[in-house]
Design a protein around this ligand. Structure first.
Ligand code: ADP
Length: 398
């Protein structure tokens, strides 16, 4: 069975076509600058040469059609008929409290995605357009919505409530929701398998650290806490996002600089984090290079970043009364050994011992980076959100 996975951002569309018999990728690619001058489709068919098509893509509907045309293209395509695609899995950012699992799209699901526009103003509208474009281009083919928030819906109320007047929760659903759910679900499940744990008696902490970042506490296979909140702004220090901050500091800056609340949140989302703190870049590779060249501000940024991750891990050890495995994933977690070492230096009290050589040698692949006598396993597990979306989609349409 062939399943197409689509991930629509505000001006981009990423796709992967899976052959689910072997769980292999037949083709993948990205449409960039949708709705902006200079849009282009980069298509990477498996076993064939990649190509870039520069063509106007005024909206996601046009982009979806271009992707479908490319998949059946006589030269660059990988299937002969679009009817070979059995279902489409869509990454959808926010479903608030409505869905605790992936779901086949119907009118009610679309209404929920629409209701959550205000929680995910950049992503949810694009996600819905992607779904509707597929409905239009592939009538009769089932679309499945896989929500970033779903895996975290098992959090207990004490973990997701903010200590603000209760009426805001009741009136508007203001609470912690958490994101990167497909990644946390995929990686924690794999960690349980690889570490040989009993899933009904397991304590796993996942550190998903990429450009965006979040930690989660997974007790017996279920999420009990996570660092992102109502939106992906809370928690860890990220590439451009501040993570946790005293709201009164935001008020202070707004008053001093004559900015309104929307401008301030924009600064916290786009100009803060590693970028704001280092003054160098949001990319960890650039910041690390600056550190090796003696840039002290860059060093502070990386130190603060690692410290924040370590504090979240510590709080989740407390939340679960222990931990069996700590897992690093996403761009930084999978590839950047110095940051992992920096974070792990705080875990001596847990009896954790890092195998420095294993850590240095593990880049973009699965591996254990703690020593054999470490009391807790520390692992690297590459995330694969697209495959997880394809698996969830298959399970619902089979
Ligand atoms: P997102 O999906 O949140 O946009 P990614 O998970 O792709 O982000 O992570 C992007 C980050 O990963 C970049 O900031 C980059 O610094 C880091 N990264 C990616 N590859 C490497 C690498 N080979 N070495 C070190 N850091 C890397």
């Amino acid at each position: 069975m062939k399943i197409l996975v689509i991930n629509c951002g505000s001006s981009s569309l990423k796709y992967q076509l899976f052959d689910m018999d072997s769980e292999s990728v037949m083709a993948k690619g990205i449409c960039e600058r949708i709705g902006i001058a200079g849009s282009a489709l980069t298509h990477k068919p498996s076993g064939k040469e990649s190509c870039v098509i520069e063509k106007d893509m005024p909206d996601h509907k046009v982009a979806v059609q271009m992707v479908l045309d490319m998949l059946v293209d006589p030269v660059h395509g990988v299937i002969s008929d679009i009817k070979e695609i059995s279902a489409v899995g869509h990454r959808v950012l926010h479903a608030a409290q409505k869905y605790i699992d992936s779901v086949v799209v119907n009118e009610d699901v679309k209404a929920t995605i629409r209701e959550c526009f205000e929680f995910g103003p950049l992503h949810n509208p694009a996600n819905l357009i992607g779904i509707e474009a597929c409905e239009h281009a592939m009538p009769g083919v089932k679309n499945v919505a896989v929500f970033d928030t779903a895996f975290h819906q098992t959090m207990p109320k004490k973990a997701y409530m903010y200590a603000i007047p209760y009426e805001y929760y009741e009136k508007y659903g203001i609470r912690k929701y958490g994101f990167h759910g497909t990644s946390h679900a995929f990686v924690s499940k794999k960690a349980i398998e690889l570490a040989g744990l009993d899933s009904n008696n397991s304590k796993v902490i996942v550190c998903h650290i990429g450009n965006g970042g979040s930690c989660s506490a997974v007790l017996n296979g279920k999420c009990v806490d996570t660092s992102m909140g109502l939106t992906p702004l809370e928690g860890l220090i990220m590439g451009t996002r501040s993570g946790d901050i005293d709201p009164a500091a935001v008020q202070f800056i707004a008053n001093k600089e004559g900015k309104d609340i929307n401008e301030m949140v924009n600064i916290l989302n786009k100009k803060s984090g590693i970028l704001g703190l280092s003054g160098v870049s949001s990319d960890f590779r650039d910041v690390y290079k600056a550190v090796t060249e003696g840039n002290e501000q860059a060093q502070t940024a990386l130190d603060a970043f690692s410290y924040r991750v370590a504090k979240y891990v510590g709080s989740y050890v407390a939340a679960m009364n222990g931990v069996d495995a700590i897992v690093f994933t996403a761009g930084v977690g999978e590839n950047h050994a110095p940051v992992r070492a920096n974070i792990c230096q705080y875990f001596g009290y847990l009896g954790i011992k890092l195998d420095e050589q294993a850590n240095d040698n593990t880049k973009g692949v699965e591996g254990t980076i703690s020593t054999a006598d470490s009391k807790v396993k520390v692992m690297v597990i590459p995330t694969n959100e697209e495959l997880k979306i394809a698996q969830e989609t298959l399970a619902l349409v089979q």
